[in-house]
Design a protein around this ligand. Structure first.
Ligand code: NCD
Ligand code: ZN
Ligand code: ZN
Length: 349
């Protein structure tokens, strides 16, 4: 990384957690991710979900067709685990370079997770095989019990599910996705080298007050929901600590404006347009711009056992105004930071 006060150059970063969707939405959002990132771990929670190597290969083709030419972007595919996931199909898909990882959604925890896993015990043979072959497990870490307060669901997931999983399968690589609590940071810090976590830009910027700032704010709603300020600060410390256990995963999760601004609005924040700029603002505020490259471009590939990107990207300290909404391919989306100004921008090369 080369550095000055107003300009930094990093290895091209990767996004280790993104929702690209399908159809017109896919076409609308892929260019934003491809502009900034060399690779992205693509979430499989389509409807129906991506549960087989064949459907992942077909989805990868549809993504590639939507990537602007010359973008230099590679999607990395994931398998949506269900109670009857097949260890052989998943291992074959991994060996054939189709599946990079597999995703555990507790059933009904989040968007399109109805087919998710009802009890981790049901997929133990699959997880054992993944441990054997070194295939990472990506986890949406929230319990789904209605009697657990929504702000506690991540911490309770650690106690009830994750601790046991790590004990039972100590060699399984696990990415605790989009962490939102100081309990998650403590857990990851205290766990062995096989446990890592992604952190989103929005959980570094907002706490739960953002959901109710002057009225109800559907565009600040995502899962896991933003927590108290002390949790946001713990996430900032973790992301900027330099620890190789933490890396960039935007969890950019677009929903059309009418699905967000509704009596029952969908969970998900669309942060793809200025994700790297959003992280850069945080690292700058924390006096840690020298650690942005590790978080954005190095820790992720090292954990996944993939090569670092050779390309570079330069950010400069120059304001960029984020539009109130974005229209593309007939889809209207409200981006994270809508109407605000971010202090760093990617230079046009
Ligand atoms: C994601 C989505 O919309 O697919 N939503 C979200 O709030 N993060 C699902 C997820 O990552 O849990
Ligand atoms: Zn999730
Ligand atoms: Zn997600």
């Amino acid at each position: 990384m080369t550095d000055s006060k107003d300009r930094i150059t990093l290895r091209r970063p990767d996004d280790w957690h993104v929702h690209l969707r399908d159809g017109a939405m896919l076409e609308a959002v892929v260019p934003f991710t491809a502009r900034q990132f060399g690779r992205a771990i693509v979430m499989p929670n389509l409807s129906p979900p991506v549960t087989s190597a064949a459907s992942a290969a077909a989805y990868r083709e549809r993504i590639m067709a939507a990537v602007p030419s010359g973008a230099g972007f590679t999607p990395l595919m994931t398998c949506y685990l269900t109670d009857d996931a097949d260890a052989d199909d998943i291992a074959d898909g991994h060996a054939n370079g189709i599946f990079t990882a597999a995703k555990l959604y507790p059933a009904n925890a989040t968007t399109n997770s109805a087919h998710g896993v009802t009890d981790v015990a049901h997929i133990m043979p699959v997880l054992e095989r993944m441990q054997q072959i070194g295939m990472p497990l990506l986890v949406h870490g929230e319990v789904t019990d209605g009697d657990i307060d929504i702000f506690d669901r991540e911490a309770v997931f650690i106690d009830r599910v994750l601790e046991k999983l790590v004990r039972d399968l100590p060699g399984l690589k696990i990415v605790f996705e989009h962490i939102t609590t100081e309990q998650a940071v403590q857990f990851v810090d205290g766990a062995g080298a096989s446990i890592a976590a992604t952190i989103t830009p929005h959980h570094l910027h907002i706490n739960r007050n953002a959901l109710f700032a002057g009225g109800i704010r559907p565009h600040a709603y995502c899962l896991p929901v933003a927590k108290r300020e002390k949790h946001r600060l713990a996430l900032r410390r973790a992301a900027t600590s330099g620890s190789s256990k933490y890396f960039l995963g935007t969890d950019s999760a677009p929903h059309e404006i009418h699905a967000k601004e509704s009596a029952c609005g969908c969970a998900g924040i669309f942060n793809a347009p200025f994700a790297l700029e959003s992280y850069a603002a945080v690292f700058d505020e924390e006096g840690a711009l020298d650690r942005l490259e590790g978080f954005a471009s190095v820790h992720g590939p090292e954990f996944y056992g993939l090569p670092l990107n050779d390309a570079r990207v330069t950010l400069e300290r120059r304001d960029i105004a984020v539009d109130d909404s974005i229209e593309s391919t007939g889809v209207t989306l409200v981006p994270f930071h809508a109407g605000a100004v971010l202090p760093w921008r990617i230079t046009q090369s």
